[in-house]
Design a binder for this molecule. Structure first.
Ligand code: GLN
Length: 503
């Protein structure tokens, strides 16, 4: 096959593999070559697994030749965020405290990926323990945005988004606790989906905040996200919060949406998530996308979610509280790093030295915040109040979904900012997730897709939210908008990204 295999969507690549136009070994090698050529500049990967990926590819090719019935995505390579445990592949969660740790087991979603025969290209860079919006909190250095190497790729899953945007992988896995799939997708011109809480197993994700974490797809098209979501989703008895019901027909919804007809679909614009604080170009692209939805037959209504104003404050109590407890297990006794102080190395002093050296500043900041919020005497004032706000936000969503089938907003208030710009200002960093956090607090699903370039020439994301367990609506509306926009642009937005220098 002469076309560059790295430029195809996952669905198109899967077709090429099925028809015999290309082999998985060729496709996997093409992506490994691309990684070798551009990842020195992008730094999306923390670990590249060439040999294992090629071995999986060769196995899939052999099974296909033998006439075996394979998963539709068999042989299509994928990258996995380094917070997801992978047997035999290093897993660090972007932290020094897990340097050198090789998990003895696979996350459920990784088991599914392996069983379906997708070669795993490697593990992607991220903010340490998924805390951040820029990937600058990784203990292993920045990832660079392929649109402009001086800018952030979003976070915490900047590595997965940059890998997909730079054609280093057609598919990637992210995790989203407050926006870490959707916000990186927005600032890199890719598609990212946070499924309904409980829709994808959390077994084998290194937990940040267990009541908020969800894994999901990072891709270049809405259909590709639906295909990957169907592969990784579904009930898992090893995750007690896993939904014990079949997934809705996500791929069917994406294919239906692609015809561009949204007659009868009610789209709710969230009053609180637009206007002041949103970059002019972000708001302009959002408004234009709304007009396209209207032209496709959707009914646009305005809905108010008054408690969303408090979402960020509630999140930054609940998240640190849960994180401080989840991170207690990194004590130098069980995983990765162990620092033994020279004088009087008692167990307690080893733990303290290991955590002191192993955790970065942002992680320490949140552990301190979390333990403070949970301490006796403060629990009701902080954690208890935050949980009440969470309930109010859930009620806002319920009321809004009476009036609309999906809700929409810009995914992030700004386009990609410069590396270093917000590193010394935690609050400014936290504000990037103002539009994505409500979905995590309520457990509802959300999708971000590219909606154009802002005045600064950088990608803007459009967010679609749906009621819990109605993830299919994201795909229908997302695919419809994607088709309408690409019709206007004459191709995908990523086609307008500058070519990266290769070496
Ligand atoms: N940026 C948010 C935070 O720092 C979201 C992180 C995430 O979704 N993992 O917590």
């Amino acid at each position: 096959m002469s076309a560059d295999l790295t430029r195809l969507s996952a669905a198109a690549l899967a077709d090429a593999l099925t028809s015999g136009e290309a082999s998985s070994v060729e496709a996997t090698q093409a992506h490994l070559d691309r990684i070798a050529a551009v990842d020195g500049a992008v730094h999306a990967f923390l670990h590249v697994s060439s040999q294992k990926a090629l071995a999986t590819a060769a196995d899939v090719d052999a099974r296909r030749s033998a006439g075996e019935e394979l998963h539709p995505l068999a042989g299509v390579p994928i990258a996995v965020k380094d917070v997801v445990v992978t047997q035999g592949l290093p897993t660090t969660a972007g932290s020094k405290i897990l340097e050198g740790w090789v998990p003895p087991y696979d996350a459920t979603l990784v088991e599914k990926i392996k069983a379906a025969g997708l070669p795993i290209l490697g593990k992607t860079n991220m903010d340490e323990f998924a805390m951040g919006s820029s990937t600058e909190h990784s203990a292993y250095g920045n990832t660079h945005n392929p649109w402009d190497l001086d800018r952030i790729p979003g976070g915490s899953g900047g590595g997965s988004a940059a890998a997909v945007a730079a054609y280093e992988a057609p598919l990637a896995i992210g995790t989203d606790t407050g926006g870490s799939i959707r916000q990186p997708a927005a600032v890199t011109g890719t598609v990212g989906v946070k499924p309904t809480y409980g829709g994808v197993s959390r077994y084998g994700l290194i937990a940040l905040a267990s009541s908020l974490d969800q894994a999901g797809p990072v891709t270049r098209t809405v259909l590709d996200s639906a295909l990957l979501h169907e592969l990784i989703g579904g009930h898992d008895p090893r995750d007690s919060t896993s939904i014990n019901e079949p997934l809705p027909d996500l791929v069917g919804a994406a294919r239906l949406g692609a015809n561009g007809d949204l007659t009868g679909v009610r789209v709710g614009v969230i009053t609180e998530l637009q206007g002041e604080g949103y970059q002019a170009g972000v708001q302009a692209r959002f408004d234009e996308s709304l007009e396209l939805l209207r032209s496709a037959g959707a009914e646009i209504v305005e809905v108010s979610c008054p408690h969303f104003t408090y979402a960020l404050a509630a999140y930054y109590l609940i998240l640190p509280a849960e994180a401080s407890s989840n991170l207690a297990k990194f004590d130098g006794m069980r995983f990765g790093l162990r620092v033994i102080p020279e004088d009087n190395p008692t167990a307690e002093r080893v733990m303290s030295a290991t955590r002191g050296q192993g955790f970065g500043d942002e992680v320490k900041r949140r552990i301190i915040l979390g333990t403070y919020a949970l301490s006796a005497g403060y629990y009701d004032a902080y954690y208890g109040s935050a949980q009440k706000v969470r309930t109010l936000i859930q009620r806002d969503f319920s009321a809004a979904f009476e009036k609309a089938d999906v809700l929409v907003s810009p995914t992030a208030p700004t386009t990609a900012f410069k590396l270093g710009e917000k590193l010394d200002d935690p609050l400014a960093m936290y504000l990037n997730d103002v539009a994505t956090i409500p979905a995590n607090l309520a457990g509802v699903p959300g999708l971000s897709l590219p909606s154009g370039l802002s005045d600064d020439g950088l990608p803007v994301g459009f967010q679609v939210l749906a009621p819990a367990k109605a993830d299919d609506r994201l795909y229908r509306v997302g695919a419809a908008l994607e088709a309408l926009l690409e019709n206007e642009w004459g191709g995908p937005l990523l086609g307008r990204a500058p070519e990266l220098e290769t070496r």
